[in-house]
Ligand binder design. Structure first.
Ligand code: ADP
Ligand code: MG
Length: 225
């Protein structure tokens, strides 16, 4: 078993992804096949089976949609972009989802702060992280986006009032398909990390006192290709 463990630890992200995709797609397929066989045999409770099959298909749809995003070649479309503009776009996009849960999305950012980046990719990163923040909170509360910078970095902090992340799963965040949600895909943080690296930056995760987490997107303050 030791040999196996060492090998699995060494598995590349591509390998983990391939194994994950196979697993995530095969399970719904197996279940759909089972229900189709039942229907073929002429059982009752048809409505219920159709409903489950549609849910399984939707699961596969969601996963493939997110995977398409990573399979896109990392286009080099970097320019100096205004941070505040990207924050406003993303907040506008996620406002309906936040309102449904009575969650306020607030931001604070210097007017002239800029990042050298691919705008659509960084918006994707912000969507992934802010969506997670909203999903982590039950009802009410605030998700805050704050931008700080010094000589070396521009940092976007996304702070939520959710339950925080248990120590024992912290290292699993960003592994492909790792999710604790019933309808999660477990691809958001992996994609986020990948995009941050493609910008010479990184993702940092912190716990808030007394509760909640803060996801920090750290960008270098130089042009990075
Ligand atoms: P998904 O959102 O589909 O589950 P992600 O990669 O976006 O996949 O997130 C992986 C997991 O990380 C989540 O299922 C959740 O357990 C945890 N997580 C991410 N963001 C937060 C957060 N703000 N608060 C608590 N847990 C979080
Ligand atoms: Mg997510």
């Amino acid at each position: 078993t030791e040999k196996y463990l060492i090998q699995s630890e060494k598995m590349s992200v591509a390998g983990q992804l391939a194994a994950g995709i196979a697993h995530e797609i095969r399970n719904p397929l197996t279940s759909i096949k089972g229900f189709l066989q039942l229907l073929q045999a002429g059982v009752s409770r048809k409505e219920e089976y159709y409903k489950i099959m549609i849910e399984e298909i939707e699961k596969m749809e969601k996963i493939t949609t997110e995977l398409l995003f990573i399979s896109k070649p990392m286009t080099d479309n970097k320019k100096w972009e205004n941070v505040i503009g990207m924050l406003e776009d993303v907040i506008q996009l996620l406002q309906p989802q936040a309102k449904l849960k009575n969650i306020k999305l607030k931001y604070d950012c210097p007017n002239n702060e800029q990042i050298y980046c691919d705008r659509s990719q960084i918006k994707q990163v912000l969507i992934n992280v802010v969506k997670n923040a909203i999903e982590a909170m039950s009802e009410r509360g605030i998700v805050e986006l704050n931008v700080h910078s010094n000589h070396q970095h521009v940092e976007i902090h996304i702070r939520d009032e959710g339950p925080g992340i248990p120590e024992e799963i912290l290292h699993k965040l960003g592994e492909p398909f790792f999710t604790t949600k019933k309808d999660g895909t477990g691809l958001g943080i992996m994609i986020t990390k990948q995009i941050m690296e493609a910008h010479g930056g990184y993702l940092e995760i912190k716990q808030n006192e007394p509760k909640g987490s803060t996801f920090n997107l750290v960008f270098p303050k130089i042009e990075h290709n």
